[in-house]
Design a protein around this ligand. Structure first.
Ligand SMILES: Nc1ncnc2c1ncn2[C@@H]1O[C@H](COP(=O)(O)OP(=O)(O)OP(=O)(O)O)[C@@H](O)[C@H]1O
Length: 918
């Protein structure tokens, strides 16, 4: 390694030594007239500030050769000196590098981490550098020679030109003198002098004298024109010479430019090589700085372009913003006006609602007063049936009126709800619009922020550029001291142009600044105004929504109150009448029922009294008082209207039983089941049930389950199961004491459509046969049991309501129906179970401690619905025909007995979150 370094140092030393020797040799060999190549030493000395030998020689030579020249030539010499000077700088740098290398050679070699391959690389770089450098030197020398030759030629040419010019001028001056003297002479001859007047007069007087004078004058004039021609010729020659000189100068200048470009190329190559071979940091820095300078120049031009663009952008964007601002302002005004309209509508609705509420409250107060009066009257005259009936009728009338009013209120509520939904939709649209406006404003602010950033960036760049230019100016001023006059002039020109550009820039910047400031203030004002307008609009919308929701809440509250009141009235009514209600439906006389011609109708109904019915028997009219008697033409809907409140009670957690009783063929199945086109109580009740559940879904959640059984010949059968297995009635092992049927299929239903299918299945599975009295006689009691379990969403309390819909088998007189065999057995079982039902009713009416529920499957199964705290409705079906008068009387007598049963106040089956409280 040491050997390698020694070799490297030796190579360096040898190369530089050789160069020094060559330089010294060149110096000694150089003649004073022809300056030799400029050596490293001379250049280094020049760079160090010493008088260069070569410079001295050149100066001596030039001063010798131009001893007769004027001040212009001296300036040319200076110029030559300046032309030579820049070539010394790289050489000086290289020499300093060499000195450093020599310095490094002296200390002992340190341990180095260089391996063989980097050293080889360094050596190869150095060799290539030396090679390049020698080539560069040659080029420099050539350039110097060319420069000196050019200078010499130029000086010689100028001298020649000056000499020529002066000789021609001299000659011209001589000729002019001659011409002027001749002209003087001629003028003297033409104007006779007063001193020689006598002599002249004597000469003029002779023709020979005059002739001589004229001849001499002509001769002089000819000579003069000749001289003028010569002068012209000289002038043209001079011009030609001048042109030649110019062409020579141009050619030389061209050669100099080519050489300069060649030198620049070489210098660039050398700088590249230097960078590659590990040039000093300062050189690298210079290169980087020059590159940065170039990039800054480019960025300055880009910046200027951007500034020009930006000077136009703010005005455009500000116009856009102003337009947008106006649009948004108008939009906000529209929103405000629409909000005002909505607020007015809401206030109108509120006023109307208040008025209707006030009227309703007034009516309710009156009704309550009336109820109280009636109650008092009832209490006073308890036991007097007519009064009860009167009260009942009055309450019914009032209840019907309340129902109508409630329907109206419901319709009004629906309209209001629709309006509210419209309002909500509009509010949503407004909110959407506001949201979009917000987004747009946000985008604008982003754009403005981007502009701001760009402007700050540009400003920073501009300031940097100004600083850079200032630095360059200072550098130029510094360099001016050492530069030639032309170069200084160029720099000065550049500086002035830059200064002009700098002075031209601020107005643009100022205008841009003012534009930007105005735009920013506009945007700030706009965003403030827009933000406040949006906030105001939002507040108004929120207030309107609150008002609407308040109004809606009020209406809902009123509606709930109305419903609760209605329920209360109904309960009061039921309690007044007793918890068993008996309705009577008279079957219309159908063609198929008139087995014998001329059968008369024995049942009469008073159109003014809906609760009494008269049966003509044996010439006498027997009046039966029931809760309600329906005309033969009464529709299924009318029947259901009467039952509807009880169905609602089952949702509230009451046990309700609705059963149809009557002789065979009297229309029980028609009333309970109906037909597909004209459904009966079962379907309507379930429909109503689901409707009520839907209405209460905000406060309650319900589970509805259904089971269906038939009791045929005292045997319990599942109507929803195909296997027809016998079922048994047992006490529920859960300890509640309630009955249940193990193995009974209970289906949970969640829609009316679902339950329709279940009803169809039950109907299909029920046993029917044709009898003399009914072609499709139901030979069993059918029970449809609906259990409604409700959960209060607010409190968590649970209710369990039951709705038993019973289609009893028809009682029949065996002798009359002609039943035999199986039909006879069926009829006997049917009659037995109906008798058991009668016994139960009797026991309940008589308030016996023991009620024989277990005497039949029917009564056992209906125990829950016929017991205390239940609500029961019996629809007694009667035929109006004379042939059925006996059965009609029996049914009506039974119905009247049922009417007298008191089940006591109905109890709601409700279970709180903690325990059960019936
Ligand atoms: N109100 C009515 N309007 C029209 N038709 C009726 C009415 N009531 C009953 N009917 C008709 O009378 C016939 C017998 O009625 P339904 O089967 O309902 O009697 P029922 O009491 O159920 O008899 P059973 O006890 O034998 O089953 C049916 O064809 C039915 O359509």
């Amino acid at each position: 390694m040491y050997a390698f370094y020694s070799l490297l140092v030796y190579i360096f030393y040898t190369v530089f030594k050789k160069e020094e020797e060559e330089t010294l040799q060149g110096e000694h060999d150089a003649s004073p007239d022809e300056p030799g190549p400029v050596t490293m030493e001379t250049r280094s000395k020049r760079s160090d500030g010493h008088t260069p030998r070569m410079g001295k020689k050149a100066c001596a030579h030039l001063s010798e050769s131009s001893s007769s020249s004027d001040g212009d030539e001296l300036s040319d010499e200076d110029e030559e000196d300046d032309l030579v000077k820049p070539a010394c700088t790289p050489l000086a740098a290289f020499l300093s590098f060499k000195q450093e290398a020599e310095k490094r050679r002296t200390p002992p070699l340190q341990t180095t981490s260089l391996t063989e391959s980097p050293l080889v690389a360094v050596m190869s770089h150095l060799l290539s550098f030396l090679e390049q450098y020698s080539h560069f030197q040659q080029l420099q020398q050539q350039a110097d020679q060319y420069r000196v030759q050019l200078k010499r030629h130029r000086v010689q040419h100028r001298r020649q030109m000056k000499a020529l010019r002066s000789s021609y001028r001299q000659r011209l001056r001589d000729k002019n003198n001659i011409i002027s003297s001749l002209e003087e002479a001629v003028s003297q001859q033409q104007s006779p002098s007063p001193l020689s007047e006598g002599e002249s007069s004597s000469n003029i007087g002779t023709p020979a004298g005059v002739h001589r004078l004229v001849e001499s004058l002509y001769g002089l004039q000819g000579e003069r024109s000749k001289l003028r021609g010569e002068l012209h010729l000289l002038h043209s020659q001079l011009e030609q010479k001048e042109q030649d000189r110019h062409s020579h100068i141009r050619a030389f200048q061209q050669q100099i430019d080519e050489l300069k470009s060649c030198i620049e190329e070489r210098e660039e190559e050398l700088s590249r090589l230097r960078t590659a071979t590990g040039a000093t940091d300062s050189e690298k820095r210079v290169l980087c700085l020059s590159a940065e300078n170039e990039s800054l120049k480019q960025s300055l031009s880009v910046t200027q372009g951007l500034l020009q663009q930006l000077s136009t952008i703010p005005s455009q964007s500000s116009n856009m913003l102003i337009k947008e601002n106006e649009n948004l302002r108008s939009r906000v005004q529209q929103l405000e006006s629409s909000l005002q309209q909505r607020a007015e509508q809401v206030s109108q609705l509120e006023r109307r609602s208040e008025q209707s509420e006030w009227r309703r409250a007034e009516e309710l107060r009156k009704r309550e007063d009336r109820m109280r009066e009636l109650q008092l009257e009832l209490d006073r005259e308890k036991g007097k049936e007519p009064v009860v009936k009167y009260v009942t009728q009055t309450v019914e009338v009032e209840s019907a009126a309340t129902v109508k009013q409630l329907n109206k209120a419901r319709q009004r509520n629906e309209v209001l709800a629709e309006r509210l939904s419209n309002q909500n939709e509009h509010c949503r649209q407004l909110e959407e619009q506001i949201r979009k406006s917000d987004e747009y404003s946000c985008n604008l602010q982003h754009k403005i922020a981007a502009y701001e950033r760009e402007i700050t960036k540009l400003r920073e760049e501009l300031l940097k550029e100004i600083g850079h230019l200032e630095e360059r100016k200072e550098e130029a001023v510094r360099a001016a001291a050492s530069c030639s006059a032309d170069h200084f002039q160029n720099l000065q020109d550049q500086f002035f142009t830059l200064q002009k550009r700098l002075t031209a820039l601020p107005p643009t910047l100022r205008s841009m600044k003012t534009d930007y400031a105005s735009l920013r203030s506009q945007v700030r004002n706009f965003s403030e105004f827009y933000g406040s307008a949006i906030n105001e609009a939002k507040k108004q919308i929120a207030a309107a929504i609150n008002q609407m929701s308040e109004a809606n809440k009020d209406l809902l509250e009123k509606y709930r109150k109305e419903v609760a009141l209605r329920r209360k009235y109904h309960e009061q009514l039921v309690e007044l009448k007793g918890n068993i209600r008996v309705l009577c439906r008279v079957k219309p006389v159908l063609k198929e029922d008139q087995h014998e011609e001329g059968q008369s109708v024995v049942v009469a109904i008073d159109p003014n009294n809906e609760s009494s019915l008269t049966v003509l028997t044996k010439g006498k009219g027997r009046v039966f008082e029931l809760d309600k008697v329906f005309q033969p033409q009464a529709t299924q809907e009318e029947i259901f209207q009467e039952i509807e409140p009880l169905v609602t009670s089952s949702i509230d957690g009451y046990h309700v039983c609705i059963f149809a009783y009557g002789q065979t063929g009297s229309g029980k199945t028609h009333t309970m089941e109906g037909t597909v086109e004209n459904p009966g109580i079962n379907q309507r009740a379930l429909k109503h049930l689901f409707h009520e559940i839907e209405e209460r879904k905000d406060m309650w959640s319900y589970n509805v389950s259904v089971s269906s059984v038939e009791i045929y010949n005292e045997v319990l059968r599942d109507l929803l199961s195909k296997d027809g297995e016998k079922l048994d009635i047992k006490i529920n092992p859960d300890g509640t004491g309630q009955l249940h049927v193990p193995g009974l299929r209970v289906i949970e239903v969640n829609s009316f459509q679902h339950i329709k299918k279940i009803l169809a299945t039950a109907r299909r599975n029920r046993i029917t046969f044709g009898t003399q009295m009914n072609q499709h006689s139901s030979r069993s009691h059918a029970l449809l049991c609906i259990t409604v379990q409700g959960t209060d969403l607010a409190t968590g309390s649970k209710t369990t309501g039951k709705l038993n819909l019973v289609d009893l088998a028809g009682s029949e007189r065996v002798w009359k129906s002609g039943a035999e065999g199986e039909r006879l057995k069926e009829a006997q079982n049917i009659n037995r179970s109906l008798l058991a039902l009668g016994d139960v009713i009797q026991a309940l009416r008589a308030r016996q401690t023991h009620v024989p529920f277990r005497n039949s499957r029917l009564t056992y199964l209906l125990q829950d619905s016929l017991g205390k705290g239940s609500k029961t409705v019996m629809v007694v079906q009667v035929s109006a025909l004379e042939s059925n008068v006996g059965e009609t009387l029996c049914s009506l007598k039974f119905a009247q007995r049922v009417c007298k049963v008191e089940l006591g106040p109905a109890a709601r089956k409700i279970e709180s979150g903690v325990g059960q409280c019936d």
